[in-house]
Design a protein around this ligand. Sequence first.
Ligand code: SF4
Length: 375
Amino acid sequence: MSDLNMSEAVLKPQVTPQITPPVSAPTQSLNSIVRHNWNLKEVQALFAMPFSDLMFKAQTIHRENFNPNEVQVSTLLSIKTGACPEDCKYCSQSARNKTNLEKESLLAVDKVLEAAQRAKDMGSTRFCMGAAWRNPKERDMPYVLEMVKRVKAIGMETCMTLGMLSVEQAGRLNDAGLDYYNHNLDTSPEHYNQIITTRTFQDRLDTLGNVRSAGMKVCSGGIVGLGEKATDRASLLIQLANLSPQPESVPINMLVKVEGTPLANVEDLDSFDFIRCIAVARIMMPKSHVRLSAGRTAMNEQMQAMCFLAGANSIFYGCKLLTADNPETNQDMALFKKLGINTETVVDDSASTEQILNTAIVDQQHSDQFYNASA
Ligand code: SF4
């Protein structure tokens, strides 16, 4: 799996008490046509645009396809933590990296269901379950299939990230009712061997193909700040955008440097380069949810707001940690309130933002099972 230095995402949909003016029906321009033939030269030209021009273009396309003041939020739970045999150089969960992460075996189905129910009670509609595996073993399948069925049965959308999938496994997950499967490409094909050697770039594309053929929605993105070049960021986005269909969900992660991993001391990526990455992803994948994913703890509110302006419209929400610092759950709510952002699905439109904040804080104090989604 690839999204795994993340933790709790508790969620209560934000409902601002004021009446939001209706967003007029967007007019689709040629820029909103989904293309699968992007080439390096034109993507480099997007990255090279003056910052304000790039932001304007990205925001224009964003408004043609989405409500600009809504953000989709997901809850992510680690169902099996650490001791992963893969050698992803950024990851605290790789058995090859000497981090202080505490390993956990596969969670019992009942525990997963409890966590899902709690997330649902707080307003979450999608529950993502992640396991630090190269791929699920046959002995694991009955458990993960049961998790999917039971989480579905309480009325939530389901997502899993379990590593590589065979055609047969993808089919069984789809039959169990899994809605989304996350499998990131991580970085460009050119930079890939610097980051992972235990599975190939083609292995990743094959898994995405198996997921798509089975009928599930695809969540796939990458990580920036891995010491890659600017051309690698363009190349990664080309790989994602040229998938047909494009992934429904595209997480863009900023590297979270973890002590004990080979990338612990890599040079920081400039904030504007990260924001440009979000904007170019929005332009190239106009109808996908672009997720501002790992790395939010290192971003101040202004930077996160710029990312939303650049077209990010999804986050992992909340904050209990397994592996990294604890961002405050209520910080997201407070930022949403400041920015006038609502979550995409509103369950309880009678609750005030203050009530939601209080509930989120209480839940944070009692929860210990979620990834740090914003670290
Ligand atoms: S080491 Fe394992 S858990 Fe970590 S990103 Fe790679 S595959 Fe996922």
